[in-house]
Write a protein that binds this ligand. Structure first.
Ligand code: AMP
Ligand code: MN
Ligand code: MN
Length: 344
């Protein structure tokens, strides 16, 4: 399939930063809406280890379908577990464990997944679906569905979810807006990244107009660590290193399973460590290695300006965006870091 391309100018940058695929064409939207209108058993799937955007965009669409009297199932691959920061998020009653969900959906919609690996065992559920609608904003999206609502210039999949609901004539209400706000605020780093366009703020304004409380949502998402995480962050930050072999500087650290056990905190408390590490002014690139099991690391990469960390992550078997990306690394922390440095 050939994808039309358009120049994207990121505000605040010197000029066009990338050749990105153009957003979805009107015919793609029409086909998606027609398929959703006809489906009797749609299955909504977001990526493994859901983040705010994956879960938020999926639950917003699930709630939207419920509002117009349509039933659907929403799920994600792997362990049926959500970190505490998603407690109280609307629409969770529509979630079904992957093992219990419809074996023969007549429509599949995927959220925030750039490829089928991110859908784990659920990638095998496409066979009975007349259409597979892919909602996503990863430049690396492999166009694995039949209808692609993919826009690499979108700040979040939540942006595409809102457009889908709007085009379906489903009004925003407080619950839907809260889900979309979770997606939008997490994927823009609380409206800090270069993807934060005027249109992003206009969308945020429309969401706030429903009466959602940004201070309550933000506290739950970002100011909600167990006390043990403060000690663990202190240790991990204390051993952070600044590496100037990399142009623009690289700041990095790691946290092990032993660290988690010693401080008595769950793994998901590590998600926000990168947000502190990346504040080092001397570094354009930040990296945190989070030990999954011995010799296996979930690697988070962030860049502020020049470096495209998606390129590095894709080369190492992962994915992501220019400014926020990740992959699973194997070896010692130093070895994985060496692989990153070699690509930077
Ligand atoms: P994280 O550092 O875990 O917050 O991830 C940042 C971004 O990188 C995510 O939004 C994903 O787009 C992408 N990403 C992280 N880990 C992976 C992975 N193992 N495979 C593909 N994409 C990933
Ligand atoms: Mn995501
Ligand atoms: Mn996203």
């Amino acid at each position: 399939m050939t994808v039309p391309t358009a120049r994207l100018v990121v505000p605040g940058q010197a000029g066009p930063v990338d050749e990105l695929p153009a957003g979805p064409q009107p015919a793609e939207w029409a086909r998606a809406i027609e398929a959703l209108a006809a489906a009797e058993r749609p299955l909504l799937i977001c990526h493994v280890n859901p983040d705010g955007d994956a879960l938020g965009s999926m639950l917003a669409v699930a709630l939207g379908l419920a509002r117009i009297g349509r039933s659907c199932q929403a799920t994600f691959p792997g362990r049926f577990f959500l970190p505490a920061l998603f407690d109280g998020m609307p629409g969770q009653e529509l979630l079904v464990p992957a093992s219990d969900c419809d074996q023969a959906p007549d429509l599949v919609v995927t959220f925030d997944a750039g490829n089928t690996e991110r859908l784990g065992e659920l990638a095998g559920r496409f066979g009975t679906a007349s259409e597979v609608i892919v909602l996503d904003h990863h430049a690396s999206n492999t166009f694995f569905g039949t209808v692609h609502l993919v826009d690499a210039s979108a700040a979040a999949t939540a942006v595409l979810a809102e457009e889908l609901l709007r085009r379906m004539g489903i009004p925003l209400d407080r619950e839907i807006a809260e889900c979309l706000y979770v997606g939008l605020s997490t994927d823009t780093g609380s409206f800090k990244y270069g993807t934060t366009t005027p249109e992003v703020h206009r969308l945020a304004a429309r969401l706030l107009e429903t009466g959602i409380r940004p201070e309550v949502i933000s506290r739950r998402l970002f100011d909600n660590r167990p006390f043990g995480a403060i000690g663990l962050f202190g240790e991990a930050l204390g051993r952070a290193r600044l590496d100037d072999r990399v142009a623009g500087g690289l700041v990095w650290t790691y946290a092990t399973q032993a660290d988690l056990a010693r401080h008595g905190v769950p793994y998901d408390a590590l998600e926000s460590l990168i947000d502190v590490v990346r504040t080092a002014a001397e570094a354009d690139v930040a990296c945190v290695l989070k030990e999954l099991e011995s010799g296996q690391w979930a690697v988070s990469l962030r860049s502020k300006t020049a470096t495209d960390v998606a390129r590095v992550s894709v080369a190492l078997g992962g994915g992501g965006h220019r400014y926020a990306a990740g992959f699973t690394g194997t070896g010692s922390a130093e070895e994985v870091l060496g692989q990153i440095v070699a690509l930077l």
